[in-house]
Ligand binder design. Structure first.
Ligand SMILES: C[S@@+](CC[C@H](N)C(=O)[O-])C[C@H]1O[C@@H](n2cnc3c(N)ncnc32)[C@H](O)[C@@H]1O
Length: 180
């Protein structure tokens, strides 16, 4: 099933702010590993493209996934793929603008976007995500947040995954008591 936010497709597609570059399927296990993915998680992909990350994760790890995508043709590709893989009960696609779609249900958020977009998403992540929600970014950091771990694979691009934790990564670094 697909849900639509922000009105017509024409209005939605005008606010696409990042090109579609799919995550390599070779990274799926690393994403699951750094996110410490468990079957009770709800995994959100902000800007999910053709849904390949969430479809692979749902297939392999039996985790419930939600993808938000602004481009209608990619939403349609994702829906066909979900149907083909028999994952309608596992993967939901929302056709809409990730800045406007509620994400508070997520326990893991994946973002393969750009540093500038991560920066713009920060207030939304801080406002909506529950404490201890894990946020995984590929290649692009969240400016001003501290990642708690990273995983590199030596490739020239799509090389590094960063893990952030809501409530830890977004708080100013605290100095130990009696530190001078
Ligand atoms: C680099 S691609 C990543 C695709 C997918 N997450 C993956 O890793 O395979 C970024 C995606 O974000 C989508 N996007 C850009 N602006 C968006 C917005 N405001 N709301 C939702 N999706 C958006 C693009 O259409 C594109 O599919």
């Amino acid at each position: 099933m697909t849900y639509s936010y922000s009105g017509s497709s024409a209005a939605i597609s005008s606010s696409s702010i990042c090109p579609w570059v799919p995550t390599s399927s070779e990274l799926i296990d690393s994403i699951a590993k750094i996110a410490m993915l468990k079957s009770s998680d709800v995994f959100y992909d902000l800007g999910c493209g053709d849904g390949r990350v969430i479809i692979e994760l749902a297939k392999k790890y039996r985790v419930r996934c939600v993808g938000i995508e602004i481009r209608k043709e990619l939403v349609d590709d994702a829906l066909r793929s979900i149907e083909r893989n028999g994952l309608k009960n596992w993967v939901r696609i929302i056709h809409g603008d990730m800045f406007k779609v509620p994400i508070s249900e997520a326990s893991v958020v994946y973002m393969y976007l750009l540093t500038s977009i991560n920066e713009r998403l920060k207030p939304k992540l801080e406002l909506e995500l529950k404490p201890y929600t894990r946020i995984v970014t590929l290649d692009f950091k969240i400016p001003g947040w501290r990642y708690v771990s990273s995983l590199s694979n030596g490739r020239s691009w799509q090389s590094t995954l960063y893990l952030y934790i809501r409530g830890i990564s977004d708080k100013p670094q605290t100095l130990p008591r009696n530190y001078s």
